[in-house]
Ligand binder design. Structure first.
Ligand code: SF4
Ligand code: SF4
Length: 331
């Protein structure tokens, strides 16, 4: 078993002058609701942020990594950027009118299931806190999609192979979002895919939770019933009238309050054991200043995701059933 509060690892990359804490930027301890500020994953053309040098370091070593020389994370990302050049595009001049948003929502979900068999999908309304501060998303609805990553490869975390699989996961789910957005535009409605961790104006986890894809886990990632957090998310925003979904309760909190698996296995001890107030919302929170330097030094890290019991293939539905039954019995 690992130490509960291990000493911080020694990093290759060091700041001469430590940047402003990412926890402060993230609004840890703030009781006022506000939009998130971009703090890592700097997109080209946007104002620089405090942790940009570490971000650059991450990109350089990440690109050198990967299971096959010359086919590492940078290649997957470039491939993704190439396909999301079609995130937006011309809208068909003839609009298909929507009499029943529920029927339309079912049609959109059926489209996803037909073209991407291993995927989850849910719909919600865009709210202001879904959008990064200073940016805009001018659509009413967001269709959230998720696809699993290869568990066997992800079990190699934090080796570069797992980082490569993460980027491959983004590329695959991006393809889904881009295709769906193009389909909606062909119906005569505007739609835009949001499908790259560095370029998006839209947060992915909060709308995905409202859309019923899963719940927030102690390790700060969405936990789905199907694959735990071993998923990558993308989204499509649109004004196509759609019925919205409701959040799910699969029992995540019931387990997270007592389980400490991810807190114990996180190498820099970044996962907080109790919920924190963050930008006016009490929720699980991961210490940015501890997690991100480790993440950047290791071509990404998803140890917390892979050690979580929800990530074990086929275990989620049964786990949810047991947790909810236990809660009912205790009530
Ligand atoms: S990604 Fe790695 S460093 Fe960050 S919280 Fe998870 S286990 Fe810890
Ligand atoms: S490892 Fe345990 S505490 Fe951490 S997210 Fe998973 S269930 Fe929750």
């Amino acid at each position: 078993m690992k130490l509960d509060n291990p000493p911080p690892p020694e990093y290759v990359f060091k700041y001469h002058k430590q940047p402003k804490s990412g926890n402060v930027t993230n609004g840890l301890g703030e009781s006022q609701v506000r939009r998130a500020t971009r703090v890592f994953h700097w997109p080209f053309g946007k104002p620089p942020h405090h942790w940009q040098a570490l971000d650059l370091h991450f990109n350089l070593i990440g690109g050198m990594g990967g299971p096959y020389m010359g086919y590492g994370m940078i290649w997957q990302r470039l491939w993704n950027l190439w396909q999301i050049r079609r995130a937006n595009g011309p809208v068909a001049p003839k609009r298909r009118e929507v009499a029943d948003p529920e029927v339309m929502a079912d049609e959109i979900k059926a489209y996803i299931q037909k073209h991407f068999t291993e995927s989850i999908v849910g719909i919600t309304r865009v709210i202001p806190t879904d959008i990064v501060d200073g940016e805009s998303v001018d659509f009413e609805y967001v269709i959230c999609v998720g696809q699993p990553m290869e568990r066997d490869i992800m079990l190699q975390v934090p080796k570069p192979a797992a980082g490569w699989e993460v980027m491959r996961g983004y590329r695959r789910v991006s393809k889904q979002a881009v295709k769906l957005a193009a389909h909606i535009r062909s119906l005569g409605w505007e739609a835009k895919a949001h499908a790259d961790p560095k370029t998006g104006s839209l947060l992915h986890i909060p709308p995905a939770i409202r859309a019923g894809l899963g719940e927030l886990g102690k390790h700060g990632s969405i936990i789905t019933r199907e694959w735990g957090s071993n998923v990558r998310l993308a989204a499509v925003t649109t004004n196509l009238p759609l019925a919205i979904d409701v959040p799910v309760d699969i029992g995540v909190d019931d387990l997270c309050v007592t389980c400490r698996r991810c807190t114990l296995d996180c190498p820099p001890g970044a996962i907080m054991d109790s919920k924190q107030m963050v930008r006016g919302v009490e929720k699980w929170y991961v210490d940015f200043d501890k997690c991100v330097p480790y993440f950047a030094e290791n071509s990404g890290c998803a140890i917390c995701i892979q050690v979580c019991p929800w990530a074990e293939p086929g275990r989620g539905p049964k786990l949810s059933e047991t947790l909810l039954a236990k809660r009912r019995k205790a009530a």
